[in-house]
Design a protein around this ligand. Structure first.
Ligand code: GLN
Length: 499
């Protein structure tokens, strides 16, 4: 495929286009240094970031120091861990010691965390070089990154389109070659949906697999942190680095973390794939459906068994999610009062006025909508009808998956009903925006892991995502199923041409 066609091009030699494992191999072979990689990344940022706007904050000194440290250690004869000195971007709802963390909200103006999120700590201990903090929908509420109070991030494949959300900055940074990989968070699809729309691999681990300590809470029973990467091997590498029990997060699970990279090479023939009939709905873009059906045929050719399954409560997922998520958000966001940190109004004469004005001026419209919806759902008289009912339906959704996984090993679906839409197209229609998560939110309500990977490009050159859903704590099977597909196809090698 040629550059001119806008359809991406295979991985070339440019350092900023490489995956984490390719960078690590090159550094180990002494083909180039970590410092050279970092220079290439910042050159790329200088060239394309004005068009893409993936970052809220760049942390060049911190990144260059980490790269230089890796080079020094290698010079001294050390064997470097796979992430040492490599450029990784961090979503701006993850606390980073000494670096502003805004959630892309005015209400966190001036907040500089005195500590790192556990995931950031773990990556830095392995030598990761943090390139910067990425843009997002305010408090991770949205599907397009248009709800950011900072800037609108553009899709590197077509800068008139959204990159997805809420981890749109993380996805755009990686797809544009402005970071080798990134961390995002996923409450209802915020890793998988932008990964799908930007041609990346995005993994939402099982609830409890990765510590949420230092992740600024949106909906605590749904939030998980995970990687956005250029391929499945990198996804395995990053998950390996961040997974596992953390005493500082009471919901993190004491479950053994397997060797994910070793799992990639396990055979897949004989695995049973379930295709839920409820996920091939009217209104789905025909090019998306075609790409997903073709991917399923690839799996059949590889010797997997494919069977149609049913997840009968799927049609209640969007309504259930928007009750549970907003209820939890209204409670989590009560802490922003203008007193202890962040934005404080300049015009208040009483304490009540200070609270009210700081919140009125500090939160954006979507966040306010969610706080109001959630407060309503939790209020006396409505609690049973809305919040409690939603929790009951959530159990039914979980049981749908339990029943399905009695017969299949992996469930396969489209990640999104359409490719990336145009900036502004759904900005005034919250319901349309909410419906773009229709295929991703059941997974969060059930707590199971899921991965999105590239499986095609539309005629207009926009990426399409394939979603794989797995059993609780069985990320290994997801990764190896995804890796097997990668071995048969070239989609993960396509790179966006930023125009
Ligand atoms: N788009 C969904 C929402 O707006 C999911 C967001 C997320 O996963 N953080 O809530």
């Amino acid at each position: 495929m040629s550059k001119e066609s806008g359809m991406g091009k295979p991985t070339g030699q440019a350092l900023h286009e490489l995956t984490l494992h390719e960078m690590h191999d090159g550094i180990t072979r002494r083909a180039f240094s970590a410092a050279e990689v970092m220079r290439a990344i910042y050159d790329r940022i200088a060239a394309v970031e004005p068009k893409v706007r993936a970052y809220v904050t760049l942390t060049r000194e911190r990144a260059e120091a980490a790269a230089a440290r890796a080079d020094r250690e290698r010079q001294a004869g050390a064997t470097l861990p796979p992430l040492a000195g490599l450029p990784i971007a961090i979503k701006d709802n993850l606390c980073t010691k000494g670096v502003a963390t805004t959630c892309a909200s005015k209400i966190l103006t001036g907040f500089v965390p005195p500590y790192n999120a556990t995931v950031v700590d773990r990556l830095e201990r392995l030598g990761m070089a943090m390139v910067g903090k990425t843009n997002m929908d305010e408090f991770a509420m949205g599907s397009s990154t248009e709800n950011s109070s900072v800037t609108v991030t553009k899709n590197p494949w077509d800068t008139t389109r959204i990159p997805g959300g809420s981890s749109g900055g993380s996805a755009a940074a990686v797809a544009a070659g402005c970071a080798a990989a990134a961390l995002g968070s996923d409450t209802g699809g915020s890793i998988r949906q932008p990964a799908a729309l930007c041609g990346l691999v995005g993994l939402k681990p099982t609830y409890g697999r990765v510590s949420r300590y230092g992740l600024i809470a949106f909906a605590s029973s749904l939030d998980q942190i995970g990687p956005l990467t250029k391929d499945v091997t990198d996804s395995a590498l990053l998950l390996q680095a961040i997974a596992g029990l953390d005493r500082r997060d009471s919901t993190s699970a004491s479950v053994d973390v397997p060797d994910y990279r070793a799992a990639l090479r396990q055979p897949v023939a004989g695995l049973r794939l379930g295709v839920p009939k409820e996920y091939f709905v009217e209104g789905m873009d025909p090019e998306v459906e075609q790409a997903v059906r073709e991917a399923i045929r690839v799996y059949e050719k590889m010797g997997l068994t494919v069977k149609e399954i049913s997840l009968p409560h799927t049609r209640y997922a969007v309504a259930t999610y928007y009750l549970v998520a907003t209820a939890e958000a209204s409670s989590n966001l009560a802490r922003y009062d203008g007193v202890k940190y962040g934005y404080r109004t300049a015009r208040a004469s009483t304490l009540a006025e200070l609270y009210a004005r700081s919140r009125a001026e500090g939160f954006g419209p979507e966040v306010k909508r969610r706080i109001m919806l959630g407060t309503y759902a939790l209020s006396a008289g409505y609690y049973n009808a809305y919040y409690q009912k939603a929790q009951q339906v959530r159990t039914l959704l979980r049981r749908d998956f339990d029943a399905a996984f009695a017969d299949v090993d992996v469930i396969v679906t489209p990640t999104t009903p359409t490719p990336a839409f145009r900036i502004g197209e759904k900005a005034d229609d919250p319901l349309q925006m909410y419906l773009s998560d229709i295929f991703t939110i059941s997974v969060n309500l059930a707590g199971i892991p899921a991965l999105s990977m590239p499986c095609g490009l539309t005629r207009a050159g926009l990426p399409v995502g394939l979603q794989l859903l797995g059993k609780p704590f069985d990320e290994s099977t997801l990764l190896r199923t995804a890796y097997a597909y990668e071995q048969e196809t070239e989609w993960h090698k396509k790179r966006a041409v930023v125009k």
